[in-house]
Design a binder for this molecule. Structure first.
Ligand code: NDX
Length: 254
């Protein structure tokens, strides 16, 4: 396969446009899954474990397939290989680990379908760019953009995984009620898992210094930023003893 820079530009721009569309659609009303589903029922839904596995799988499989299709020399230099591994590592976690521990409610099939399409699209864009187009100098691993981006990525991933774990521990198996999240970054924000994910993808964008990765980080911000705000409002409305000093997404700020 060859690199077509115009294809990368077109797909990244479309991702940026989808981010704005996402923001305009879900700023006022939250996407209807989890705590924002008005009347959750079993019809048209898949168990959360199965749904998250199917939804996220393409984001892992598509880059892995692109990598397998690439003939030698495979991903030179080291910086490029590491960056591709970071993306796959995240989606390995999200596809093969996260779903098997989730205690979430059944997920709507319609959103699952669009979520899968999105993961195919983004998996292709990030994988295609890193595997067929990216060119980094041999010493990229020591570049300040790579090292600072990598640190942010790891910090964000740590916060995200830890926060998802804290949410999971709020429920016993089979339970579907909502409680006030406590501990970790939840002490400061209602959307601690989302904050981690956003930091992670901006770290990835800085480390790759690429248009597709910045477009994806922007999409993530537009997608789960408003959702954190809706979670925050939900908690304030539902729990009278909800900590008043807690912000929606960014500690001490917003
Ligand atoms: N999936 C990313 N748009 C999305 C699915 C929906 O991974 O067509 C974006 C993702 C997709 C969306 C995806 C992209 C845009 C789509 C949209 C559908 C339509 C939309 C395709 C792909 C679209 C246009 C038109 C623009 C193209 O019962 P429950 O499930 O609520 O339980 C929850 C539990 N929990 C609690 N338990 C007890 N007490 C409490 N107080 C609790 N609060 C929560 O914790 C869950 O089991 C669990 C986590 O819940 P929640 O709501 O905090 O997180 P959730 O939104 O489920 O995300 C889970 C993780 C999290 O780490 C997050 O960072 C990450 O996935 N994520 C999520 C969404 C997008 C994303 C990452 C990203 O953009 N990078």
């Amino acid at each position: 396969m060859q690199c077509f820079p115009s294809l990368v530009l077109a797909l990244s721009s479309l991702l940026g446009a989808l981010a704005l569309l996402q923001l305009s659609l879900y700023l006022r009303v939250p996407s209807r899954y989890g705590k924002h589903e008005e009347r959750p029922c079993r019809r048209g839904r898949l168990p959360a474990r199965c749904a998250w596995f199917l939804q996220e799988l393409p984001a892992f499989l598509v880059p892995a397939l692109l990598l397998a299709l690439r003939g030698p020399p495979r991903l030179e230099p080291l910086g490029c290989r590491l960056l591709c591994c970071l993306f796959c590592w995240h989606y390995f976690y999200r596809t093969f680990i996260y779903p098997f521990f989730t205690r979430g409610r059944p997920f709507p099939l319609q959103l699952l379908f669009f979520g899968m399409l999105f993961c195919i699209y983004n998996g292709f864009l990030q994988g295609y760019y890193l595997i067929y187009c990216a060119e980094y100098p041999n010493d990229w691993c020591t570049d300040i953009r790579f090292t600072s981006g990598l640190l942010l990525f790891l910090l964000g991933m740590g916060i995200n995984i830890h926060s998802d774990l804290l949410l999971r521990q709020l429920r016993k198996p089979g339970e579907v009620t909502y409680k006030i999240p406590q501990g970790g970054l939840f002490t400061y924000v209602s959307g601690a898992n989302y904050f981690g994910e956003i930091v992670e993808w901006f770290g990835f964008a800085i480390a790759t210094w690429s248009l597709p990765a910045f477009a994806f980080a922007f999409f993530t911000l537009c997608c789960i930023g408003p959702r954190a705000y809706h979670h925050h409002r939900y908690y304030l409305k539902t729990f009278t003893d909800y900590p008043k000093s807690r912000k929606a997404l960014i500690p001490f700020v917003f």
